[in-house]
Write a protein that binds this ligand. Structure first.
Ligand code: MG
Length: 250
């Protein structure tokens, strides 16, 4: 069931969204060669709590971090670790969110560690463009498939693969609510988009094949099947008659 939020509830979600955006930005500013993903996680957790929120991811399904830190060929759900040391040329997707007054925020971005090669830089650029294309398609009266179609068109035009098994989602009192928001789809298909829906749109785009593998023994980390790199950007937005209203921004 899709929960439609009132304007007051959207304002409450904006508080969680603003904190989530600040934590993502400031954690991203720490990304550099030599730092561990556990250090990034500790920083993010402290900042979320300083802002008066609770980490949305910590303890979720038993997850041990306040961020998902997914490097290189890891698509999503990277587990923060003091054994993962970032190296020049890596990329890292940081996915994080806070809960405030029971409302969730969720956002992600992929950061370069020092200098990255041109193909990887293109992957990051195209994935962010694909997210914006999806956001621009999130119009009242359009359909869910229009969002997926917009994301997929941008990614595939650049020759990249769109992950199928992991998707965006509704968000509100729960981190994952209906509907699922695929990053692929047909124009004009799926549920009609209504004012008051709040969605997390999050393209996961691979430099190679869209296929995934894992999770393996750790129970979490999802990899590209072919070892190619993967990028991930995400924002939480409310649908309004005036167009998409991004909640995860400062
Ligand atoms: Mg999400």
């Amino acid at each position: 069931m899709i929960h439609i939020k009132t304007p007051e509830q959207i304002e409450a979600m904006r508080v969680a969204g603003r904190i989530s955006a600040k934590v993502l930005r400031k954690t991203g500013e720490l990304v550099r060669p030599g730092i561990t993903t556990l250090e990034l996680d500790r920083f993010a957790e402290n900042l979320i709590r300083l802002e008066g929120a609770r980490p949305a991811f910590l303890g979720y399904g038993g997850f041990k971090g306040s961020i998902c830190a997914s490097i290189n060929d890891q698509i999503v759900h990277g587990v923060p670790s003091n054994e993962v040391v970032l190296t020049e040329g890596d990329i890292i997707s940081i996915d994080t969110g806070g809960v405030m007054e029971g409302w969730y925020g969720d956002n992600a971005a992929t950061f370069a560690v020092g200098e990255i090669d041109a193909q990887t830089a293109k992957l990051l650029e195209v994935t962010e463009q694909a997210l914006w294309a999806g956001i621009e398609a999130a119009l009242v009266g359009a359909r869910l498939g229009d969002i997926g179609h917009a994301v997929q068109s941008v990614a595939e035009a650049a020759g990249f693969g769109v992950v199928r098994e992991y998707v965006g989602h509704g968000i509100g009192r729960e981190m994952h609510e209906d509907p699922i928001v695929p990053n692929f789809g047909r124009k004009g298909s799926g549920a009609k988009l209504k004012a008051g829906m709040v969605l997390a749109i999050e393209p996961m785009i691979n430099a190679g094949s869209y296929k995934t593998k894992g999770p393996f023994d750790d129970g979490w980390i999802v990899y590209t099947a072919d070892g190619s790199r993967s990028a991930h950007f995400e924002k939480t937005l409310a649908l309004t008659a005036d167009g998409p209203d991004i909640l995860t921004r400062e």
